[in-house]
Design a protein around this ligand. Structure first.
Ligand SMILES: Nc1ncnc2c1ncn2[C@@H]1O[C@H](COP(=O)(O)OP(=O)(O)O)[C@@H](O)[C@H]1O
Ligand SMILES: [Mg+2]
Ligand SMILES: [Zn+2]
Length: 371
């Protein structure tokens, strides 16, 4: 089967509220408002990238202007001319301004002058202003004026990844929604859905690994999946190992060997091992990131002994076996201490003249001082 050259995050942008993953309170409040006909005229969507701000803003616009939507319903039909125009990015009554690229003064002026006129075809004129905190001072002031008395046919949706940079007077005029990062489980849920629809074979752990490394952004996860699919090629299968290389993470097996030295209280061995690793060109900071993640999982397993715990997702069967062995060698309290030592080491790496020195100190602290 020949695969289309696709961009997953566009292809799988939710077309209904029911397809949104997470952000429950936001979806709930907005869909209620649509049903009740109680939409407000200015919304502020704040939160990290790739969590659904633009998606929900467009859904809101779609639903409000949908020609087929019946009373007491909130989903857009995705079939009428209004829905299709929005989907194809050619709706006259939906204006999207990207403040990051324009800083917006011309657009906001145009908006302020144009806003008095009723919508051309639809019930509402919707203005989505992305990265709103980047509007120039003049543009922000013009926007504020507009927000003071918006005409009843206008709806503003301001989106920002940096709420603290917004002018408080603008914030206070909006109904504010705080978007949160998605959990690894939520991200996996969406990725699974995509691979199923695309008929792609994939090792389950590979999806977990992608989710864990996407920092709560579904968009980033979808981009990684895109790369993994390209890498696997037609008829290929997405392997955990390949995803790991793709993400540039330090292999778990290296870290696991290192932890063996800690478990055996062999500080000389641990330091020599690290030295070899860095001579091979691995980055000490990346190493410490993987190490801390690994130790964290060990600690969680020590406390819960539940190997099905979603918190220990992203590991292969062999790795879990290895975990079991190592767990026997550590006390809970010493794991806690070791994890703390390496956390501190990571923080100190930035200022250390020798990047790996803090790691070496952490080794000594974790082993020798307790003998
Ligand atoms: N909550 C979510 N549920 C489902 N998909 C999402 C969600 N958030 C983001 N996505 C995916 O990521 C892509 C980008 O999301 P977007 O709404 O543009 O993020 P942003 O918060 O940066 O505006 C979407 O097209 C969609 O595929
Ligand atoms: Mg966006
Ligand atoms: Zn419609």
């Amino acid at each position: 089967m020949k695969r289309q050259n696709l961009v997953l995050y566009r292809k799988y942008r939710p077309r209904t509220f029911s397809e949104i993953v997470g952000q429950e309170h936001i979806v709930q409040t907005l869909t209620n408002a649509i049903v009740e006909g109680m939409v407000s005229h200015a919304y502020l969507f704040a939160g990290p990238r790739g969590t659904g701000k633009t998606t929900i803003a467009r859904l809101l616009a779609k639903s409000l202007n949908c020609l087929n939507r019946k009373e007491k319903e909130f989903e857009p039909c995705n079939k009428c001319s209004s829905c299709l125009e929005i989907e194809q990015g050619r709706a006259i009554d939906l204006m999207e301004i990207d403040a990051a690229s324009h800083r917006g003064i011309d657009e906001i002026r145009e908006l302020r002058d144009g806003i008095r006129f009723s919508p051309t075809k639809s019930k509402y004129k919707v203005f989505i202003i992305d990265e709103c905190h980047q509007l120039s001072k003049d543009a922000a002031n013009a926007l504020l004026k507009t927000l003071e008395e918006p005409p009843s046919h206008a709806i503003f949706i301001l989106a920002t990844t940096e709420i603290h940079k917004m002018i408080p007077t603008i914030v206070s005029r909006c109904q504010r929604f705080d978007f949160r990062k998605l959990t690894a489980q939520e991200i996996v849920k969406k990725l699974k859905n995509i691979v199923q629809k695309e008929k792609i074979k994939v090792e389950e752990e590979a999806l977990n690994l992608i989710a864990l490394n996407s920092d709560g952004s579904i968009r980033d996860a979808e981009s990684f999946l895109d790369q993994a699919i390209t890498f696997a090629g037609e008829e290929g299968i997405i392997k955990t190992e390949d995803v790991r290389n793709l993400l540039g993470v330090v292999e778990m097996s290296l870290v696991s060997q290192f932890v063996d030295f800690l478990a055996q209280k062999d500080s000389k061995g641990a330091i020599d091992f690290l030295d070899k690793v860095f001579q091979k060109g691995y980055d000490p900071y990346e190493f410490s990131k993987t190490l801390i993640n690994y130790l964290r999982q060990l600690l969680i397993l020590k406390v819960s002994s539940n190997f099905k715990d979603p918190l220990v997702a992203g590991f292969t069967k062999e790795e879990k076996e290895k975990f079991r062995e190592q767990l026997k060698l550590f006390q809970e309290s010493s794991l806690y201490e070791i994890l703390n030592n390496f956390l501190e080491a990571q923080a100190r790496m930035r200022y250390s003249p020798i990047p790996q020195l803090p790691l070496e100190l952490a080794i000594v602290e974790s082993i020798d001082l307790k003998k």
